[in-house]
Design a protein around this ligand. Structure first.
Ligand code: CP
Length: 302
């Protein structure tokens, strides 16, 4: 079983992973050796705080071991093909997690691997983030079915894609609120794949106030994702009307929670006031990266 994109998981499978995550989070001592003698390799082509530390701490918590490998610093892919490198890793470790620049490379890893592979983020998907987000929403709101998530900002980025796919799979209503420009809007092929995957239609709005009406969750992310630095000037001009500030949050339901996958750029996509408000759950959300991934690792390897 591999998690190369959010499309790899059905609603039932997400429910199984979340149930395990909740159990491990509630009773960690019971799961303290479920990863005994198991090793996770973590391949990184891009920097990380949360993904790296939460996977490593999670493996450690469950009695296993994690190895960090920087693709840039190591000779992986420099002196041999990606596929040949993976055929070596198949012999040493029990699971591969990779954060890569290109989705096509995680798919190449998936094809060469005989062990579980987890996408730790590519330019197209961020499925581990979505599992943590679902766990967090469940903790704050109970049932996920029928809740409205308003994703405000770059509707074409990896976090938006994973939010659209994962949340719609769980029966949530997703509205993406973004500038009226194809690059910043959900890709038509992703919307079609979502319809085929779980039958859902994701709504797209370019009006922030209208888009967040009745929202149970407002979600935002950085305006300039990793690898998009050369577009910074254009993006800084397009996104300011989509800043999540207290005026916008007041247009959603009074008990709406505010989420951000972090790192946040305070004063840009989210104001200081909203980031530190009682409605912000961003640090519990970050904490749940580890708990959701623990459930995922156990589900993949048990
Ligand atoms: N949200 C997230 O993936 O954080 P890192 O980039 O720090 O891993």
């Amino acid at each position: 079983m591999q998690l190369l994109s959010d499309f790899d998981l059905t609603r039932n499978e997400i429910e199984e992973i979340l149930a395990l995550s909740e159990k491990i989070k509630a009773t960690p001592a019971k799961y303290a050796d479920v990863m005994k003698n198991k090793t996770l390799i973590m391949l990184f082509e891009l920097a990380s705080l949360r993904t790296r530390i939460s996977f490593e701490a999670g493996m450690n918590m469950m009695g296993g071991h994690a190895i960090f490998y920087s693709i840039e610093e190591g000779n992986f892919t420099r002196s041999e093909t990606l596929e040949d490198g993976i055929k070596n890793l198949n012999k040493y470790v029990n699971c591969i997690m990779a954060r890569l620049l290109k989705q096509e490379d995680i798919e190449r890893i998936g094809s060469a691997a005989t062990i579980p592979v987890i996408n730790g983020m590519t330019e197209v998907y961020h499925p581990c983030q979505n599992l943590a987000d679902l766990l967090t929403i469940k903790e704050y709101k109970g049932d996920l079915e029928g809740l409205k998530v308003a994703y405000v900002g770059d509707g074409g980025c990896n976090t938006a894609n994973s939010t659209m796919i994962g949340c719609s799979s769980m029966g949530m209503d997703v509205t993406v609120i973004c500038p009226d420009y194809p690059k910043y809007s959900p890709a038509p092929e992703i919307l079609l794949k979502i319809k085929a995957h779980n039958g859902s239609e994701v709504a797209v709005s370019h009006d922030p106030v209208q888009g967040v009406a009745n929202a149970d969750v407002i979600y935002t992310d950085v305006w300039v994702s990793a690898g998009m630095e050369e577009e910074k000037k254009q993006r800084m001009e397009a996104f300011p009307p989509y800043q999540v500030d207290s005026a916008l949050v007041s247009k959603a339901k009074p008990d709406c929670i505010v989420m951000h996958c972090l790192p946040a750029h305070r004063g840009y996509e989210i104001t200081e006031g909203v980031m530190d408000s009682v409605q912000s759950v961003v640090f519990d959300q970050a904490g749940n990266r580890m708990h959701a991934q623990n459930g995922l690792l156990y589900w993949l390897m048990k």
